[in-house]
Write a protein that binds this ligand. Structure first.
Ligand SMILES: NC(=O)c1ccc[n+]([C@@H]2O[C@H](COP(=O)([O-])OP(=O)(O)OC[C@H]3O[C@@H](n4cnc5c(N)ncnc54)[C@H](OP(=O)(O)O)[C@@H]3O)[C@@H](O)[C@H]2O)c1
Length: 285
């Protein structure tokens, strides 16, 4: 498989972008997939990376991107989480992909009537039934989710949100990418499900304080009631997701679990949230 490019899908995204950079820095040939090769996110990728066009919603467009590829990172987005998922996996197998990392998430609802969850489950099963050496990555909550506070912090040094005591082992995208990098480039990870998380659970109010520390300003957590939060989120999230957030918020420990997988797989301790806040301080200034 050495000497053949590694195809990274979702390459303009948080995890895919970090994976592209890590693989390129380690000297691998990387092919980065995006729907918009001339867009700013694609242009910001390292110059050694080959950028190719492709859209999961139209699987045939992936054929040129898959040519000569033996290893691939698949992000469960767009058409991959739907009827096109099976076609994408079949095209990858036909093209000669032998090893695949799959970034998605574990069933959180276990609800057979939830079409998105059913599609994630179906992609997972299709991958497991394939002839490829697959590794699932089902991380805990992404630290990047807290970017939703960036505009508020820039405007007012405040975060207006519910549940200051809610705890989550927020994971740095570079750690998820590092697990994928190892699974793609080293043997012994086929058939595994990894659950990258941060090293400790962080209270929402503490995460806000750590952003303040990273940007050198005091940032205040202004607690919203669940009803006020619903109003604020209505412009951004579908009702079903808001219901899910609010239900989770009733139990401060829903996402507090910590997995050892980042350190076990990469040999390096998972990055704390404070490091993520420092790495992304510019977003909050
Ligand atoms: N957020 C969380 O807390 C969390 C937790 C666990 C698991 N996850 C999983 O993480 C994944 C998201 O990862 P991420 O945060 O790295 O994503 P992201 O930053 O939102 O990036 C998503 C990428 O997907 C690509 N994409 C979207 N639709 C596409 C399509 N139709 N065809 C081809 N590419 C498409 C985009 O590329 P272009 O726009 O350049 O085409 C973009 O680079 C999801 O599968 C989610 O289930 C998230």
């Amino acid at each position: 498989m050495n000497g053949m490019p590694i195809l990274v899908t979702g390459a303009t995204g948080a995890v895919g972008g970090a994976l592209v950079r890590q693989l390129a820095a380690a000297g691998h040939d990387v092919r980065a997939l995006t729907r918009d090769p001339s867009g700013p996110a694609a242009r910001a990728l390292p110059s050694t990376v080959e950028v190719v066009a492709g859209d999961f919603d139209d699987p045939k467009t992936l054929v040129p991107a898959l040519r000569g590829v033996a290893r691939m990172h698949l992000v469960a987005m767009g058409g991959a989480v739907g009827p096109a998922g099976a076609e994408i996996v079949a095209l990858a197998e036909e093209a000669g992909v032998r090893r695949l990392t799959h970034l998605g998430h574990d069933d959180f609802s276990r609800d057979d009537d939830d079409p998105l969850e059913t599609a994630h489950r179906s992609l997972r099963r299709t991958i497991e039934a394939s002839s490829m050496e697959w590794t699932h990555l089902f991380p805990g909550e992404f630290a990047t989710n807290t970017r939703e506070w960036a505009a508020m912090i820039r405007a007012s040094n405040e975060v207006r949100a519910p549940f200051p005591e809610w705890r989550s082992a927020l994971v740095h995208e570079a750690d998820i990418a590092a697990v994928a990098r190892v699974a793609l480039t080293e043997d012994g990870h086929a058939g595994r499900v990894y659950i990258p998380t941060g090293p400790v659970a962080v209270r929402r109010a503490e995460a806000v304080r750590q952003i303040g520390e990273a940007i050198g300003r005091e940032v205040t957590f202004v607690e919203l009631t669940p009803e006020q939060a619903r109003e604020q989120w209505e412009a951004v999230y579908p009702a079903q997701i808001i219901d899910w957030f609010l239900e989770m918020g009733q139990n401060p420990d829903t996402n507090a679990w910590v997995s050892p997988d980042v350190e076990t797989v990469t040999g390096r301790a998972a990055r704390p949230y404070a490091e993520w806040a420092r790495d992304h301080a510019a977003d909050f200034r």
